[in-house]
Design a protein around this ligand. Structure first.
Ligand SMILES: NC(=O)C1=CN([C@@H]2O[C@H](COP(=O)(O)OP(=O)(O)OC[C@H]3O[C@@H](n4cnc5c(N)ncnc54)[C@H](OP(=O)(O)O)[C@@H]3O)[C@@H](O)[C@H]2O)[C@@H](O)CC1
Ligand SMILES: Nc1ncnc2c1ncn2[C@@H]1O[C@H](COP(=O)(O)OP(=O)(O)O)[C@@H](O)[C@H]1O
Length: 293
């Protein structure tokens, strides 16, 4: 059920080339955070940096700008008001990129819908949909946009937890009793790769499912999903294939939480700790600095 053995995962780690620059290492446009949830943008952004993206640009609500800017000076931060009318994201082999949208969005907010639809309509690059943007995805207009991207060969990834997946399923009256079948049916219905998160996480591209069961209940704390979204978005921005990006990120996320639990106990681990242990998880997977491809 999980064909990703350790040597295959090791081969997916995004080693920086000797000739790398910040653009060749991947540009992630992270449209995240809101007045209600600015912290989610911070968690996802640092996760993207830790996972290797060369240029992490956070697009956020004006009220969240100073919070994200003071969180990490290396982040490029801009207002979502200017982004709505700005240049669309493009990606090429020399300058790969991706957009991750929705971590920390307010699910009931009309603005979340405008931002999601702008990303789906204009990004000539992979788009990851997370958090509050999944409510807008679970509409006829959201699904239509995913199907159009699918027909154009543009990957879309969604990372729902059980509640968000139920919303996506409700639109089409899909059964929700079996997680593996739900991941597959959502993938087929929307034309997307689905990461259905939970104590066991199922990843489906509509043809096959990968079972991710290395997590720990230490991850059951608000904010760990935002960390995972930043990690997957970062790997998409580095041009990994969508399912590869999801499996590698979910594995490192689970391993980071386990390393953190070993030192801090599963009681005390926070999403920030998971972020701090991502480098250890990468190293333990067999990453060797200097072994650039
Ligand atoms: N620090 C920050 O800034 C943080 C910001 N965050 C951001 O907050 C935004 C809203 O996200 P959200 O998940 O809190 O709320 P929402 O989308 O309304 O769904 C929750 C409802 O769904 C249900 N439910 C069923 N199964 C479930 C499951 N397995 N896991 C969880 N819920 C499950 C359950 O309903 P019940 O089944 O109890 O009726 C529950 O009431 C989003 O943008 C996110 O990124 C968070 O990441 C936290 C840290
Ligand atoms: N009991 C558990 N065992 C293993 N992993 C878990 C468990 N509970 C939650 N997780 C993981 O933690 C993350 C929680 O994500 P999510 O529900 O989106 O939280 P949030 O929105 O608060 O960030 C997911 O990656 C999920 O798979």
């Amino acid at each position: 059920m999980n064909p990703y053995e350790s040597h295959r995962l090791r081969g997916l780690l995004p080693y920086p080339d000797r000739e790398a620059n910040k653009y060749s290492r991947g540009h992630l446009v992270l449209v995240a955070g809101s007045a209600a949830y600015p912290g989610a943008a911070c968690l996802a952004a640092l996760a993207a940096q830790r996972m290797g993206a060369g240029y992490t640009e956070v697009v956020t609500d004006p009220s969240a700008l100073p919070i994200v800017q003071s969180f990490r000076p290396s982040l490029v931060v801009r207002s979502d008001e200017t982004w709505l009318d700005g240049e669309p994201l493009t990606a090429s082999p020399a300058r790969p990129g991706a957009c991750a949208v929705g971590s920390g969005f307010d699910p009931g907010d009309e603005r979340s819908k405008r931002l999601l639809f702008r990303a789906l309509d204009t990004a000539d690059a992979p788009v990851l949909v997370d958090g509050g943007a999944l409510a807008a995805l679970a509409t006829d207009e959201g699904r239509k946009r995913c199907r159009e991207r699918f027909v154009c060969g543009l990957p879309t990834v969604a990372t729902p937890h059980g509640g968000e997946a139920a919303r996506l399923a409700k639109l089409l009256g899909l059964p929700t009793d079996d997680a593996r079948s739900l991941a597959r049916s959502l993938s087929l219905a929307y034309g997307i790769v689905v990461v259905l998160k939970g104590p066991v996480t199922w990843i489906s591209d509509g043809e096959a499912e990968v079972c991710m069961d290395e997590g720990t209940p230490a991850l059951a704390k608000a904010g760990t999903g935002d960390v995972l979204a930043g990690m997957i978005g970062s790997l998409l921005a580095q041009a990994l294939a969508p399912v590869d990006a999801c499996v590698l990120a979910a594995t490192l996320h689970a391993h980071a939480a386990r390393f953190a639990s070993d030192d801090l106990t599963s009681v005390s681990v926070t999403p920030e700790d998971v972020l701090d242990y991502v480098p250890r998880a990468i190293a333990a997977m067999g990453f060797r600095d200097g072994a650039s491809r």
